[in-house]
Design a protein around this ligand. Sequence first.
Ligand SMILES: NC(=O)c1ccc[n+]([C@@H]2O[C@H](COP(=O)([O-])OP(=O)(O)OC[C@H]3O[C@@H](n4cnc5c(N)ncnc54)[C@H](O)[C@@H]3O)[C@@H](O)[C@H]2O)c1
Length: 245
Amino acid sequence: MLSGRLALVTGGGSGIGRAVCQVMAREGARVVAADLNEASAKETAALLASAEHVGVPLDVTSEESVAAVVRGVRDRYGAPADCVVNSAGINDDSFLVNMIAAQFMKVLDVNLKGTFLVTKLSTNAMIDAKIDGSVVNIASIVGKVSSIGTCNYSASKAGVEAFTRTAAKELGRKGIRCNAILPGFIDTPMVAAMPEKVMKLLVPLIVLGRPGRPEEVAELAAFLASDRASYMTGASVEVTGGYGI
Ligand SMILES: NC(=O)c1ccc[n+]([C@@H]2O[C@H](COP(=O)([O-])OP(=O)(O)OC[C@H]3O[C@@H](n4cnc5c(N)ncnc54)[C@H](O)[C@@H]3O)[C@@H](O)[C@H]2O)c1
């Protein structure tokens, strides 16, 4: 499905990002796993078991860091990535009454500004190289369905959805599609860190009765990145097991 394609996956060292790297490599793409945690990005590349895949350090909140990775990909492979998946993300939950501004902004910085920087610089590189491409942004169902304690996270993810639609509108005539995925509760280190009593309340609200697996999100990311989704842009697709319907 992705043979001949070159993928850049942020947050590629863990959870959903790592699963995206694995599914995209299985589907024939060469994969650059990029993560703040360089060791975990390199671990992902090692799991893919071919020298054509690499793991690189990236801080999505830094324009210099994003520019260096975009340049590095072009130098290494002779072309920019034509599949970009923005999966780097953090949460830092607290009730609104207790949330401090720095905590609010930190989450927006990684989840929203990071998505903006990676999308802007990588699609500029596609346009310069005159190639078509696809961007997949990992938003969240929590950007749409309310969730107590996540006013920073939910605002950032609603922002990613709105950003994706505008990017799709601006970039469609340049041959670049942009779509968002809204996962529900997926079994990754981010969700493992949630208090057990919260998960006990949440799981009964999931129609399929269980959290999702990272690869269940990754399969959709690979599809959206591929030509099989050639008429999809500006869409937000839920992968929630029915949570929030
Ligand atoms: N797990 C879920 O239930 C769930 C649900 C909805 C949305 N999401 C979203 O999916 C994405 C992946 O989450 P996950 O559950 O796999 O979490 P995770 O914690 O397993 O992975 C997130 C990765 O992002 C990296 N990262 C953090 N800050 C970064 C930065 N500044 N620059 C580059 N990399 C950075 C981390 O090092 C980590 O490897 C996130 O955007 C998250 O908000 C997750």
